[in-house]
Write a protein that binds this ligand. Sequence first.
Ligand code: GDP
Ligand code: IMO
Ligand code: MG
Length: 421
Amino acid sequence: MKIDVLLGLQWGDEGKGKIVDVLTPDYEYVARFQGGPNAGHTLEFNGHKHVLHLIPSGIFRKNTKNLIGNGVVLDPAVFAIEVKKLEEAGLQARDNLVISRKAHLILPTHIILDTAQENAKGDLKIGSTLRGIGPAYSDKTSRLGLRVGDIELPDFQEKYNKLRDLHLRSYPSESQDLNLEEIEKKWFDGIEVLKSFEFVNGEYYTNKALDSGMSFLAEGAQGTLLDIDFGSYPFVTSSTTMCAGACTGLGVAPSKIGDVFGIFKAYCTRVGSGPFPTELFDDSGQLLRDQGNEYGSTTGRPRRCGWLDLVALKYSIMLNGVTQLIMTKADVFTGFENIKIATSYMLDGNNTDQFPYDSDTVGEPVYTELSGWKSDISGLRDKNQMPAELINYIRFIEEFVGVPISIISVGPDREATMILK
Ligand code: GDP
Ligand code: IMO
Ligand code: MG
């Protein structure tokens, strides 16, 4: 079997958690392959809302096994809280979650470093979630990091102390008014929770499942435009958020990639700083924020909102080899008289269809205007009942990017979904 990959095509929060939840009845395995607790993936069903940061969104399906892959950076303290929350919801994560020994650990001092580095940036702040992501990945590539498998070694505490002291030499914790001892206690309590889970050699685990004909879904975090290489650098996260990241973050060969599900919102949002060509600063932007409840799942920050950007979408589709598109939050446009879509940018008097190099080369979007749909579509479940304007919106996007839209989401609940193809 091949492994299917599901990922966000914009700046994150496209509704990946919801869609993984919708698709999991078809999958025996779901794995996270990158990112860490900077992610916030929301699932809603049976009147309850759940937000996951580290644990894959297949956890609520009894027959689905979940893996935290080697490409993830894991904070044991956040992990322990998440496990507890699931327990309170009546679910024992241990029953169907395993963790790759090669996943790197986020230390308390990584969070101190993250905060210090962000503060030092002044006007160029990324708007990081301050979960220690950047410093943890830096230590990984600097070959200094601690991995989940190290917990099993007799000298784990020594290794931990060595790395912590190295961090503290550059940024003493006192400078941030933090009680490191208290934070470390929670972290080591988290290590104990982590130890009660099964650690696996994730690359063998995944390939064995695929070789024995099991269905496998890789769940991306963040979005393509936050990718370390191809996102709007330096306003990005520190991992490979694209399809290629599923290969390195799980240990599967590129030839084993099957379907690539690309998720996008019917408009755009971004949380944190960085270029956003179609951003709206007017009433339409506020209406999208209000109707779409656009406030971060991890930090609660208001998300920046704007029109759908087809230049950016096409760029993401190209980078990921997307085979099927999934459009979420179509319901949020209810009541909009007209909807704009960017199809190119004007830059220095020239028309371009390429995503900009950096924030200084962002052009003015060139828009096509389409009619909005007046009726509330959040209750819509039958694709044959879709208003003509919505069908027109879908067709316009499909024709522009050349990839079919196979699922439309019209609300946060798993039931608020229409399978088109
Ligand atoms: P993720 O990070 O990609 O999993 O997305 P988030 O969970 O951070 O943000 C998506 C938000 O939109 C969550 O609050 C979801 O419950 C919600 N959501 C997902 N799909 C839809 C949809 O089709 N319509 C509406 N109105 N909300 C949605
Ligand atoms: P999900 O998986 C939206 C953004 C942050 C910041 C930048 C770097 O829920 O879609 P970091 O914490 O990685 O140092 O932050 O990336 N960011 C996200 N934005 N959704 C996310 O995840 C994000 N994870 C990070 O806001 O601009
Ligand atoms: Mg999110």
